[in-house]
Design a protein around this ligand. Structure first.
Ligand code: NAD
Length: 457
């Protein structure tokens, strides 16, 4: 294993100032954390379901009382706009409340059989490892953590190297709310050390991972040696399909933030804008001023719509996809320190260009024309990914036909929404394995046990 630095410096991506220095968790400390978590989990699983639900609701209430503080921390460490960061902290609260409602409804079944009674139990897995990315540090940490705790598990959360601060604060708030010690621990550190130690630890029953497809595949392969359960939420290259019969004004007005929100560092970003040829010129005419009017700047300013990228590494990665002379539309971005990249739209790009095929994870979209419904579906599915997508049309039959034909886990019609805590989320193809959120979220953190009880005299 590579050497791990003892600490990670956390930079404010808007200013490049050091915000904090955070100690990294070594493999031996992961071991200790697993042992402690296992003990806490046994006691947690044995507690009355009503008490577990009450504690999770209390955790939600404490988070609610700290939404502003958590949001400001997220602005500082991740460069998220203040509005987004407030929503993200509120999402953690909502996830905890929603999961708490499931604790007492995690019922098994009674199945009719001959000669006895057959019941199924949904038992907790034990210790769950949640490996979170930097793009939505708080919500994604909570997507795994809240239902896992609700189903009776302990959670070890490894935040991304660049964004551990809100996770560490959430662990403090959990203790303040009265959650048992060691039940929810945050282990900051490098992916290939702390993360890998969780993946390879026999005491960790499941890994919930969100991040790149490359690392997701590696985790699945390493975890397979122990037949580890995994949920993987990976990359995307999602289409935004605009038919000529749509409300073109609205589709063009809403297209920019569908790929610029969070500076494009969103696995659901609609970065392939597919426009029916007969509406193509009109759409571009409307899209251009809409992209240019997006307010890019200081993320702590209430009016800002888009902040910086997370890091210099990410900035260089995004730059690599956009040679200077190539953009059809470019918005503005501040100069000076910070990891800034302007909103960018590319047109006339070949179908096999990396800007069309690869997840850029920056504020860059390509616009491609299509001829008819069949062509739109072909283009939409011409990708290794299948996370989300949008389609704009006034024809309800077409909306349903195309929604069924696009191989992706989350589609929206005449809208760009894809993530709600109460509805399932996850990817087709190389966008992932398994689903998170929604009514079945807790079940993903259980094993089903079947018991037959003979009634023979
Ligand atoms: P990444 O996949 O390397 O990191 C995500 C998380 O996994 C981090 O916590 C990291 O420390 C951890 N990790 C890394 N290697 C690991 C390993 N071998 N074992 C266990 N854990 C490990 O993502 P990144 O390098 O930060 O970003 C690279 C690209 O990934 C981005 O440009 C983007 O395309 C994509 N990405 C996608 C999402 C998403 O939500 N789908 C999120 C982040 C990044």
């Amino acid at each position: 294993m590579p050497d791990q630095p003892h600490t990670h410096q956390i930079l404010n991506p808007a200013t490049e100032e050091v915000v904090a220095t955070v100690p990294a968790t070594g493999a031996a400390e992961v071991d200790t954390a697993v042992v402690r978590a296992a003990g806490a989990q046994r006691r947690w699983a044995a507690a009355a379901p009503a008490d577990r639900a009450r504690l999770l609701r209390r955790f939600a209430a404490v988070v609610d009382g700290h939404v502003e503080e958590l949001a400001r921390l997220e602005v500082k460490e991740a460069g998220h706009t203040l509005g987004n960061a407030r929503w993200e902290a509120g999402n953690v609260r909502d996830l905890l409340d929603y999961a708490a409602g499931g604790v007492e409804r995690l019922t098994g079944r009674q199945i009719p059989v001959a000669g006895g009674l057959d019941i199924t139990l949904l038992e907790p897995l034990g210790v769950v490892g949640v490996i979170a990315p930097w793009n939505f540090p708080m919500p994604i940490a909570a997507w795994g953590t809240a239902p896992a705790l609700a189903a009776g598990n302990a959670v070890l959360l490894k935040p991304a190297e660049t964004t551990p601060l809100t996770a560490l604060r959430l662990a403090e708030l959990a203790l303040e709310a009265g959650l048992p010690e060691h039940l929810f621990q945050v282990l900051p550190g490098a992916g290939d050390i702390t993360g890998q130690a969780l993946v390879e630890h026999p005491g960790v029953a499941k890994i919930v991972f969100t991040g790149s497809t490359r690392v997701g595949k590696e985790i699945m392969a390493r975890g397979a040696r122990l037949l580890k359960r995994v949920t993987l939420e990976l990359g995307g290259k999602s289409p935004n399909i605009v038919f000529a019969d749509a409300d073109i004004e609205r589709a063009a007005a809403e297209a920019p933030m569908a790929f610029l929100d969070n500076a494009g560092q969103d696995c659901c970003a609609r970065t392939r804008v597919l426009v029916q040829r007969t509406a193509y010129d009109r759409f571009l005419e409307l899209l251009t001023p809409a992209v240019r009017s997006v307010v890019v700047g200081d993320p702590s300013d209430e009016k800002t719509q888009m902040g910086p990228l997370i890091s210099r590494v990410q900035l260089e990665r995004v730059r690599g996809y956009v040679p200077d002379d190539r953009a059809a539309v470019r918005g503005s971005a501040p100069g000076g320190p910070g990891f800034w990249f302007p909103p960018t739209v590319l047109t006339g790009v070949a179908a096999d260009d990396p800007a069309v095929t690869e997840e850029i994870f920056g504020p860059v979209a390509v616009v491609l024309p299509f001829d008819d419904e069949e062509d739109a579906i072909r283009l939409a599915n011409d990708t290794a990914y299948g996370l989300s997508g949008s389609l704009w049309t006034r024809d309800i039959g077409r909306a349903l036909r195309v929604s069924r034909a696009v191989a992706a886990g989350n589609l929206s019609v005449n809208s760009h929404s894809s993530v709600r805590y109460s509805t399932p989320f996850g990817g087709y193809k190389q966008s992932g394995v398994g689903r998170e959120l929604g009514p079945d979220a807790l079940t993903a953190f259980t094993e089903t046990k079947n018991i037959f009880i003979s009634t023979e005299a």
